[in-house]
Ligand binder design. Structure first.
Ligand code: CMP
Length: 138
């Protein structure tokens, strides 16, 4: 068993019909889906999830966007999950994301960047716990 990371396929990518293609990339890169659901976050839940960014100028826009439509939330397992997943998704700004990364292929812009990936093992656990009970993990 490897360690975990947490991801969300963001509203604009779900709306565009990229869910299947993104999940296919994730699985073909060796990540195992431990838990997954489609959920429409309330502004309050989205704000709590991104509370770490509360003081940033883009916080309100981020909360509005992330609560603007359903997302796919998932826990992924693999050795070195956090770092390998960040390599797979590419830079936060898709203009800087390397060719072949998920954001280079599917993201629209810095704010609408298709997918979220945890930035540390500690945050992966916090974010996974935010969305999933232990009974929902397999
Ligand atoms: P994510 O990896 O989900 O973590 C925080 C999110 O905030 C990030 O992806 C982007 O969607 C968004 N974000 C980061 N920086 C900016 C910015 N400068 N302007 C707008 N949105 C941003």
């Amino acid at each position: 068993m490897g360690n975990i990371t947490f991801t969300m396929i963001k509203p604009e990518a779900v709306e565009a019909g990229y869910t299947g293609a993104i999940l296919s990339r994730i699985e073909s890169e060796g990540f195992r889906i431990v838990a997954m659901k489609k959920v429409h976050l309330t502004p309050e839940r989205a704000g709590n999830f991104y509370a770490i960014h509360k003081e940033r100028p883009f916080y309100n826009e981020l909360v509005e966007y992330m609560s603007g439509g359903p997302i796919i939330a998932a826990i992924l397992e693999k050795d070195n999950a956090v770092a390998d997943f960040r390599l797979l998704i590419g830079a936060t700004n898709p203009a800087e994301a390397e060719e072949g990364t998920i954001r280079a292929e599917f993201a629209e812009s810095l704010s609408k960047n298709a997918v979220h990936g945890s930035d540390s093992d500690e945050n992966a656990i916090i974010e996974a716990d935010f969305h999933f009970s232990h009974a929902e993990r397999f």
